[in-house]
Write a protein that binds this ligand. Sequence first.
Ligand SMILES: [Ca+2]
Ligand SMILES: [Ca+2]
Length: 318
Amino acid sequence: MSPRKTRKTARLSSDDAYYQMNLLRLISVILAGVFAALAPAGMPAARSAELKLTAAEAMPVDAEKLEWPDQLPHSRVARGTGNIAAAWLAGPTDRYPHGVLGDDREASRLVVATAGGRQLEVKLPSHRVFEDLEPRLADMDADGRDEILVVESDISMGASLAVYAVIDRRLVAVAATPFLGLANRWLNPLGVGDFDGDGRMDVALVATPHIGGKLRLYKYQPGQLVRFAEYSGVSTHRIGSTQLGLGRVVPAAPRDRLLVPDQSHQALILLEWTPAGWIKHARVSLPATLASSLSPVGRHVWRFDLHNGDSYTIAVVP
Ligand SMILES: [Ca+2]
Ligand SMILES: [Ca+2]
């Protein structure tokens, strides 16, 4: 402190100091009231959930079982209860040498078995593959009929998320995100939910999870997927792994939330998008890096394995 400042402070009487302290208190109270009055209604609320980590029994490992002669290795059949009974990836090809999903084979065809017993398929042109291991069924437009979400990659433009539908007994593309723009750039679908609270289904995915993952949210609109939010620093996949479900949608009101690993896979975070920005409701560190998908074992509870051989459950406690 300079000598001049010291002298000035020393000249204050105790009455002066008391008066100044009360004046400062009054000003801070007025400013707090002004800011509260000006704050928009959509301002992020305080954190309102916690993540509870509990040691668990190891998960049983399902033997890999391909159900169809031409099914893509490591892939899983999606089952539906609506207009689509099953959907799967077929026609393995090595024409896109990216190889991040367990081997160097990707699918050239998407096949659907309808509830009425019909088999429909899409066969991609030679510069495209389905770079995925499981089609996902969801009714995106609330017409009572499921659509199919699948990763479709172009050999020079990288991945996009495509939505297919059964229309007039044909399987046709009805919407897609833009391709990421470069070969060997991949994205991992996370799930569907109402992330902006408008009553309509949205899509969540993690773009480029291996090199700096970005959680992106899209509105489903006729003919297109429109991006409305992004959150950096998360990853839902490790190169070479066939485990794609490292992140999950957490049902909540008024907006569904997202449980995602950070980029290092050593922590799980619970996120909610709001019109005023993202809220990080909770974060929990893991004893080792995440080694498996999060498997649902109850309402808002998932089980998973770590790379140290241990298993845990994570519960979202509202
Ligand atoms: Ca639909
Ligand atoms: Ca929505």
